[in-house]
Design a protein around this ligand. Structure first.
Ligand SMILES: [Fe+2]
Length: 197
């Protein structure tokens, strides 16, 4: 594993409090945007062991315009000057088994980076990799806790490892124009933004 500075090329936590309490995030009443049903090609190619289980479902759901606006309005204006992100709700539901489950390494196809607000997290680990020949070398990892905000470089290979039977719930903001470096550069200059609720 690399040191903390290089870790920040892949993921970074921010002390940004974004109130999502008023959003309607009941997935049984939301339209599915995308179902991650296939194992990512990169993940298949680079997964060292075939003895793994993938989670039961990984779905993103459409968030209403009104709820998207509630989130976007809480972002620093300097971020919005660069790009207004696309807001989705993500749920990862594990299988009802005791075995570790992994969503294998992949690069997100439609975005460069994401800002994730974790609503329910139970020790899942996100790992980042670089290719070295045919091998994947782990460069960074993090374990998000409930209510934390993390920015992820989703243009880098990453996987999620799950050791729980509980559903992981995330409000995920996608940036497809600006890069991870551009986003963290702006967020790094921001004073802590606290929303009192
Ligand atoms: Fe991803």
């Amino acid at each position: 594993m690399e040191n903390i500075d290089s870790q920040q090329l892949y993921c970074k936590q921010y002390d940004l409090q974004i109130d999502v309490s008023g959003m309607r995030l009941d997935s049984s009443n939301m339209d599915v945007d995308y179902k991650y049903e296939k194992i990512p090609r990169d993940g298949l190619r680079y997964l060292k062991s075939s003895k793994y289980e993938i989670p039961k479902t990984i779905h993103t759901y459409r968030v209403s315009e009104e709820d998207s606006k509630k989130v976007i309005d809480q972002l620093p204006q300097e971020v919005l000057n660069l790009e207004i992100p696309f807001v989705q709700y993500l749920e990862i539901t594990p299988r009802d088994i005791d075995q570790t489950q992994t969503f294998p390494a992949h690069i997100d196809p439609h975005r460069h980076c994401s800002l994730n607000i974790y609503l329910e997290a139970n020790g899942e680990q996100t790992h980042f990799f670089e290719k070295q020949g045919l091998e994947l070398v782990e460069m960074a990892r993090f374990t998000a806790a409930k209510e934390q905000v993390w920015v992820l470089n989703t243009s880098k290979l990453h996987s999620v490892t799950i050791n729980t039977k509980k559903t992981r719930k995330v409000v995920t903001l996608s940036f497809s124009r600006i890069t991870y470096q551009e986003l963290v550069q702006v967020l790094d200059t921001q004073p802590q933004k606290i929303i009192n609720v």
